[in-house]
Design a protein around this ligand. Structure first.
Ligand SMILES: Nc1ncnc2c1ncn2[C@@H]1O[C@H](COP(=O)(O)OP(=O)(O)OP(=O)(O)O)[C@@H](O)[C@H]1O
Ligand SMILES: *[C@@H]1O[C@H](CO)[C@@H](O)[C@H](O)[C@H]1NC(C)=O
Ligand SMILES: *[C@@H]1O[C@H](CO)[C@@H](O)[C@H](O)[C@H]1NC(C)=O
Ligand SMILES: *[C@@H]1O[C@H](CO)[C@@H](O)[C@H](O)[C@H]1NC(C)=O
Ligand SMILES: *[C@@H]1O[C@H](CO)[C@@H](O)[C@H](O)[C@H]1NC(C)=O
Ligand SMILES: *[C@@H]1O[C@H](CO)[C@@H](O)[C@H](O)[C@H]1NC(C)=O
Ligand SMILES: *[C@@H]1O[C@H](CO)[C@@H](O)[C@H](O)[C@H]1NC(C)=O
Ligand SMILES: [Mg+2]
Length: 851
């Protein structure tokens, strides 16, 4: 009986499954029959019930269609609109026919890898044409010139395997979407002969594109092509017949570049030496641009078209006249605007050049007032020894007034008013007619020392007040922005960050003299501690604010150039959170590097947890410990969520990197310092990441880094908070030696947990319950990576445990970072003055670093 029942049941089931399957197969067949009918002449064997046997068609084991190959068959007709019901389709090739009508939607064809639709006469692109094509590698639909105008859908970002995208002469319009960060495999991008507009998307930066054809757009792409300098794989670049402008970037990374078509655009500036010496270059066109400077000279093996239609100083190779060279440097500071290319053509600046006046053959006046210039004033201006009048007024110039101007003995008038200049006003002779008004950030703090300047003390006071008021207003604005947004979801802080940005920039570079001053010349008494990277000193600013200065020996770092170090620190400085120790600035001096941090008055968690006795601290209460745990969790959560794209994983969380401030509130330190995977070219350190004991096992074994590595380390810290023991304790017996193993032993039997708890805690029953909850979290955090919670979960789990206790922060705390930055900036200025660093050298440092 029983057997028969099973038999019937099984047969029924297999019938049911067969039925379902054949239903699906029938669907594929139905679509294929539609296709056979709608194309003509369909291949002769495209009839009968089993499309799997048709020419050009492939199926999988379940009789599902996987490939349709109908290239070059002189087909007319259309493609059925429900083609995307062939859900197993991997290859669709109808290239080079005469197919008309709308393109079918390919949406949700998750298996589709290769699509060739080029050289047909399709009429339109459907709405969700390219949605959900997660396996797509090739999409080719060039030469469909009668398509209704369409734009590249953002959905294409889902196709992260995409290698080839061809849509030339296919009537693409709009901007090139900024999705290349999601297309890491893209090698060929051809979008020529269409009507694309706008700029090269920033996400092209660092892509692996080899073949880039964007030439001949009806209206024209615009903006600079600077981003090409970051694409090392480039081999063929066609950008001709567009509206690109600005200088040709340094393409020296692109050692495989053999074909560069730049003609018929509006490029300006000097053809870089690095282009002329590119090793693989074969073909270059430069004609019909606004290129300047010396006539370029390529190797004789290079096939080059330069034309006569640029603004080179000569019509054959050779240097330009020195005054012309210097004027070009000046134009370079402004990013080589087109206006200064057309106006400054030829090799004699005194032959009717606009904006320039001469006496004999010497340039004596440069008048660039109200020319909508941006950029900086080049120090090449110092080469005009006969210069009497310089008017770069009423533009949008930034950066400092070049100190070199003080060397121009003939200078009578300098009008820089109404720009956005910063820095210090150089020490000009009193006789100079100097106009600087309308530059809100131009500092005159230094003007007091020189009696020769015409600036009165009253004026200085006024300027200082103005700056202070401005700072005050700015911080109120950012404070308001923040309080309004603090209850919203993540991501808003960037906007807040923008407000802070106002004070960023020059003051991030702190002169070494100032650091020596504030640390008493790095005296032993000011040493806060030593770590893997070097020594940390305490420093005191002139207003009493304390800072921590991490001094790193060259041995602990890679061969970082100043520029990279600067870039990295600028990024760290943007990471601002209540539970992350703020990075305030940096300095490079010879082989030494310095990072300046906010000072944390109560030292490290390690000192309070393991060395409270020798440091004469009271032992931490349980309440303090849970609050610290939550603070740390919040700091890490921020790192993981906000900076996910930059893979901000701490990797070295441990009690010495958890610092305590007033009220024993915790902040995480040293984030962003340790990175070790090869693709992270921008890390500050090359030291092996992490600290023994806190390293997640899978990380130690494979060096694979995910945010779960921090979760593991956090779990270890939780165990340390509960037990008061270091993760690796050489003073105890072997079975207690490794905290994680030892601690997890207790969790199997909760009754014993009291024995594992730090003896200084001596919890009552309620607290014990609370401790057990944290112990459970610690256990979860130290499991297999897939079983570990993420930081968001941990924050949510810890929050209720401190609800009764946690004092709410004052809103003022939010602008702490700004205040700190402000103290540092003003100290920087005041101290530099006190120390008497030469203004010239100080200003130079602000621009170039501190050594
Ligand atoms: N911002 C700060 N405020 C106060 N003290 C600090 C600050 N930063 C570091 N310290 C002190 O300096 C010591 C050394 O810090 P450092 O970061 O160099 O080493 P570490 O944290 O022990 O190890 P690692 O090099 O792995 O980070 C710390 O243990 C701490 O006592
Ligand atoms: C694709 O699939 C999603 C979800 O599976 C569905 O919502 C959407 O309508 C589908 N799109 C098309 C065009 O079939
Ligand atoms: C393509 O289609 C358009 C109409 O959409 C028609 O005018 C044109 O002649 C066709 N071209 C070819 C080559 O068939
Ligand atoms: C190109 O696009 C612009 C709008 O972006 C439009 O004004 C212009 O007519 C288009 N040109 C052609 C030839 O399609
Ligand atoms: C370079 O240009 C010449 C003609 O100007 C052409 O024949 C040749 O194929 C081109 N070479 C490459 C590598 O593009
Ligand atoms: C300025 O003059 C010096 C010396 O004459 C020369 O070396 C330098 O290249 C010139 N700079 C510019 C930008 O013309
Ligand atoms: C031009 O400058 C040179 C030196 O810079 C000077 O010797 C000469 O007299 C100047 N000529 C005129 C006309 O000012
Ligand atoms: Mg540290």
């Amino acid at each position: 009986m029983e057997k028969w029942r099973t038999f019937f049941l099984l047969s029924f089931l297999s019938f049911a499954i067969y039925g379902l399957l054949s239903l699906v197969v029938a669907d594929d067949a139905a679509i294929m029959n539609k296709l056979a009918v709608s194309l003509s002449p369909a291949p002769s064997d495209w009839s009968g019930t089993d499309p799997c046997n048709w020419t050009g068609v492939s199926c999988d084991a379940n009789e599902r269609i996987t490939a349709i190959g109908l290239a070059s068959k002189s087909l007319t007709g259309a493609l059925p609109s429900d083609l995307n019901q062939l859900t197993q389709l991997r290859i669709l090739d109808v290239n080079n026919n005469h197919i008309t009508g709308p393109l079918p939607s390919l949406a949700n064809l998750t298996n589709l890898q290769q699509v060739y639709l080029d050289s047909n006469n399709f009429s339109s692109v459907p709405g969700s044409f390219l949605t959900g094509l997660i396996s797509l590698q090739t999409l080719s639909l060039s030469e469909n010139s009668h398509l209704e105008p369409w734009s590249i859908p953002l959905d294409l970002a889902q196709s992260s395997s995409l290698v080839t995208l061809y849509a030339s002469n296919a009537n693409v319009m709009g901007t090139i979407p900024d999705i290349f960060g999601s297309l890491p495999n893209l090698q060929s991008l051809r979008l020529s002969y269409s009507n694309l507009t706008g700029i090269l998307p920033p996400s092209l930066k660092g892509s692996y594109i080899k073949n880039l054809w964007l030439n001949s757009q009806a209206y024209g792409l615009s903006g600079t092509i600077d981003v090409l300098g970051t694409i090392a794989q480039l081999s063929q670049v066609w950008l001709h017949a567009n509206k690109f402008s600005g200088p040709i970037p340094d393409l020296s990374k692109s050692t495989s570049l053999f074909d560069l078509q730049l003609r018929d655009n509006q490029y300006t500036g000097i053809v870089p030496e690095t282009l002329m010496s590119l090793p693989s270059l074969q073909n270059v066109t430069l004609q019909n641009n606004k290129l300047q400077g010396p006539y370029p000279q390529f190797k004789s093996s290079v096939n080059v078209a330069i034309g006569t239609n640029n603004n080179f100083c000569n019509q054959e190779p050779g240097p330009c006249d020195p005054q012309v060279t210097a004027l070009l440097s000046l134009a370079g500071g402004f990013g080589y605007p087109i206006s200064l290319s057309d106006a400054w053509d030829g090799n004699d600046a005194c032959q009717g050049w606009s904006f320039v006046t001469c006496q004999g053959t010497n340039v004596t006046g440069i008048n660039l007032g109200m020319q909508q210039l941006s950029g900086t004033i080049s120090s090449a201006i110092a080469n005009f020894t006969s210069l009497k009048n310089l008017y770069p007024n009423d533009n949008n110039l930034t950066g400092p007034i070049p100190i070199e101007l003080t060397g121009l003995t003939q200078l009578q008038t300098l009008d820089v008013s109404n720009n956005n200049l910063t820095g210090i006003i150089p020490d000009f002779p009193a006789s100079l007619n100097l106009k600087t008004s309308g530059n809100p950030l131009l500092g005159n703090v230094f003007a007091t020392s020189g009696s020769s300047t015409s600036v009165s003390p009253g004026l200085i006071a006024g300027a200082v007040t103005a700056v202070v008021v401005f700072l005050g207003i700015a911080s109120i604005i950012s404070y308001k922005c923040y309080s309004k947004k603090r209850h919203q979801k993540f991501g808003q802080v960037h906007e807040n960050g923008k407000e802070i940005q106002l004070f960023e920039g020059e003051n991030a570079v702190i002169p070494i003299e100032v650091l020596q001053r504030v640390t008493d010349n790095f005296s032993g008494e000011n040493i806060l501690g030593r770590g893997g990277f070097g020594v940390v000193y305490k420093g005191k600013l002139h207003d009493g604010t304390q800072i921590a200065v991490k001094r790193m020996e060259s041995a602990s770092m890679g061969t970082k150039g100043l520029r990279e170090f600067h870039a990295e620190v600028s990024m760290l400085r943007r990471v601002k959170h209540r539970h992350l120790v703020a990075v305030l600035g940096f300095c490079i001096n010879g082989n030494e590097r310095f990072l300046i941090y906010e000072f944390m008055s109560q030292g490290t968690l390690g000192q309070h947890l393991f060395k409270w006795n020798e440091n004469k601290y009271p032992p931490l209460t349980w309440k303090e410990r849970v609050i610290i745990a939550l603070d740390v969790a919040r700091g890490l959560e921020y790192l993981h969520i906000f900076f996910a794209q930059q893979s901000f994983i701490h990797r070295d969380l441990k009690p010495s990197n958890i610092l305590l401030g007033d009220g024993m509130r915790a902040k995480v330190a040293d984030f962003g310092l340790v990175k070790n995977t090869p693709d992270e070219k921008c890390s500050l350190y090359t030291r092996v990441a992490g600290t023994f004991g806190y390293l997640a096992p899978e990380y130690a074994a494979t060096e694979r880094v995910t945010t779960k590595v921090d979760v593991y380390a956090f779990g270890v810290v939780l165990m340390e908070l509960i037990t008061g023991r270091k993760v690796v304790d050489t003073t105890v017996s072997e079975e207690e030696f490794h905290l994680v193993t030892w601690f997890r032993g207790f969790l199997t039997n909760k009754d014993n947990i009291r024995e594992a708890i730090d003896p200084t805690l001596d919890p009552d029953d309620e607290t014990l319950g609370n401790i057990c909850k944290v112990a459970e979290l610690a256990d979860h955090c130290t499991r297999e990576p897939s079983q570990r919670p993420d930081m968001v979960h941990l924050v949510n789990a810890l929050s209720p445990l401190v609800e009764h206790w946690e004092p709410t922060f004052h809103e003022d705390e939010e602008i702490l970072a700004i205040n700190l930055q402000r103290s540092l900036s003003s100290s920087f200025v005041a101290m530099a003055r006190e120390i008497g660093i030469a203004k010239e050298s100080l200003e130079f440092r602000v621009e170039h670093g501190c050594n």
